[in-house]
Design a protein around this ligand. Sequence first.
Ligand SMILES: [Mn+2]
Length: 357
Amino acid sequence: MKIIHCSDIHLDSKMETNLSPIKAKERKQEILNTFERMVGYAAENDVQAIIIAGDLFDSTRITNSTKSRVLNTISKNKNIEFLYLCGNHDENNFISLLEDRPSNLCVFDKKWTTFEVGNVKISGIAMDESNCNSIYDSLNLNADDKNIVVLHGQISNYNNNENAENINLSKLKNKNIDYLALGHIHEYVQDNLDKRGIYCYCGCLEGRGFDECGEKGFVLLEIDDKSIKPEFVSFAKRKLVELDFDITGFDNWFDIEEAIVAQSKTISKDNLLKVVLKGRYEINLDKHIEMLEQKLENFYFAKVKDESLLTVKPQDVENDISLRGEFIRKVLQSNLTEQEKEKTILVGLKSLLGEDL
Ligand SMILES: [Mn+2]
């Protein structure tokens, strides 16, 4: 038997941080599309249930069109049980506002609720301030059952750290859990819970910002009499990719541009790319960041972030009694951030040299 564990889909996310309004709208549709595509995958592959471990929606404000698409997808796939746990972003608005809940949409409550799918017992609870301390004592699972537990929150191993967002992993040990299906962290993470079980964050379905780089998708659980075997399925339409490039040692911008464009050829153009310039450079290097961004325009989206630092060693200017030395010392002693110091020194030195700024 197969079960899908997905989470943190964040439907109706604004997506406007990097993208133009048109592309943001398109990307928003793509996330919804990927959700529908995942349900299609489930139907084609005889998946019996889809666990949604929270944050199906990005906020409590859900557009009517998204809501009706999700409901339609669920209603059309009666062979699949949708086991839905609310997350910290979507509260209960989706469910509480439903007039007609599809029969195959099962919702975890603020008390432990257990649904049986095949030979598996799937228990979950929506944590809030009132129950977050008591969920551990009130969880009683039969050792002879195959048990999946669904929770949404941040795992922590500290005792006495209970709040509605924290999951105390040590208190879930030796509770007869075979698979702890978690939501909240947008990255795939899997590890042992105790001798018997494992815990897993499946991550989000599509990356949204450059803090969500890499493969995104869901976890497919293959379940037989003996075991629950999880497998991460990479499923996102687009990936967010960060390419760090060290410019130390380059004295010519065009060589940098060429090297970055060459490296970017290994990355699919469907992806969103962020090039981060690192390392140190000499004052006579002229940077053309916008030109580089234009060269990367064939990506779905590309931007360049310059984190490289100007080579100015304090010891070089310590004994320099010129105006230049005085200026650099002043900047280095100031409260500016490292980046701001470099920028100020660069502009200052260039103007002292009589160059165009
Ligand atoms: Mn989330």
